[in-house]
Structures are given as C-alpha cells and as structure tokens.
Design a protein around this ligand. Structure first.
Ligand code: NI
Length: 199
C-alpha cells in the first residue's frame, strides 16, 4: 500500500466513500488505497502536495517493479486483473491522456475531450512486446513536462475545465486530484501483489 501518498491525501479528501454494499471498499483488491474521492475544499497547499505526488510517481513505479523477472511481471496483480506488466504500461497510457486534457483545457474553452478504452489499450500488442523499462522511461519524460506545466499554473488556471462526454464537466483541479490518486493507486497494485507473493 502506498502509505505515504495516502497519508498526504487522506486528510484532504472530501466526503468519505459510501459504505453501501455496491461500493468498493478499502479491502477491495481493485482499490488498495481506496477509491478516488475528490477533495472537498482544496487549497493551494493541497495542490502543491498533489503535484509533488505526481512528480514522484515515475520513481515510485520504477521502485515498485525493481528486481521483478519476466514471469513475475506476467502475473496478475489480483485474480482476473491486469498483469503487473499491463499495470506499468497502463500508467503512461492514462497519463498521456491526462496531460493532453490539461493542455487542451488551458488552450481552449471547455473542450470536449476524447475518452479512451483503457482495457482495450492494455490489450494491444505493444503491451507484450515492449519492456516495462520503455514505459518507465516514457513516464519519466512525460511527468517532467506535465509537472513543469502544473507548477506553472495560476490559481485561475485550475478552475479551467474540460468536458468528458460521459461524465461531464471537470476542472483541472479535479484532474489534479484524480491523478494524484491514480499513480499511487496503480503503484499499490504492484506493491500489494509483491507483498502477497513475498517477492
Ligand atoms: Ni488506471
């Protein structure tokens, strides 16, 4: 579990997740750090912490898979789930889209963004043909660009928004919160699996 990131974000999170039977819980292996909850009243200090988490995600992902062999990388993080290799390749897939959404929202008025089918992307052949190192390097480079952009943004820039055709209008502050959760969420898939296998 990604305790450091969780401790950073949990005091700042919004309403607690619902405890109804249909909602995922913190014991759900799909959500090792809990499901995403947007912050109720984000502050500038909160944003700086969230950007720091995004800045640290590439090195944390790299550390999470360090020393794993090819068979271990081809093991699902949970029964029926993605392999650790698919998780690693998914993170830059997702963050490339997020970075693009930030740039679109900063340069256009509430653009409608293009969703993507993350499961289908994770099933494309590059996932098996490219070493995880390639995606780790891609994530390193991407986050240098993304974090430089996020750190350049003024308060009013975080109020800019994009429109997701299925889930509606979201501010860049919401996107920041979502991706400060998303990286640690997937790192925890790997670290939790390693702990369970004693790898
Ligand atoms: Ni994801």
């Amino acid at each position: 579990m990604d305790l450091e990131a969780r401790n950073l974000l949990s005091p700042l999170a919004g309403v607690a997740p619902s405890c109804t039977a249909t909602e995922p819980t913190v014991s759900d292996p799909r959500y090792p750090i809990g499901p995403f909850t947007p912050p109720a009243a984000p502050t500038k200090a909160w944003r700086e912490q969230a950007i720091d988490i995004i800045a640290g995600t590439p090195s944390r992902l790299r550390a999470a898979v360090a020393g794993l062999d090819e068979d271990q990388l081809d093991t699902p993080y949970r029964p029926g789930g993605w392999t650790l290799r698919q998780v690693v390749h998914h993170v830059p897939d997702s963050h490339l889209n997020a970075y693009t959404r930030v740039k679109l929202a900063l340069t256009e008025h509430e653009p409608v963004i293009k969703p993507y089918d993350e499961a289908a992307w994770a099933g494309l052949p590059d996932t098996d043909r490219v070493p995880v190192e390639v995606s780790l390097a891609l994530l390193d480079a991407l986050h240098q660009r993304w974090v430089a952009l996020l750190r350049s943004m003024r308060d009013e820039d975080f109020a800019r928004a994009y429109v997701h055709p299925e889930t509606g209008r979201h501010t860049l502050e919401y996107l920041l919160a979502l991706y400060a959760w998303h990286g640690p969420h997937h790192v925890a898939h790997i670290t939790t699996a390693r702990a369970q296998h004693a790898w």
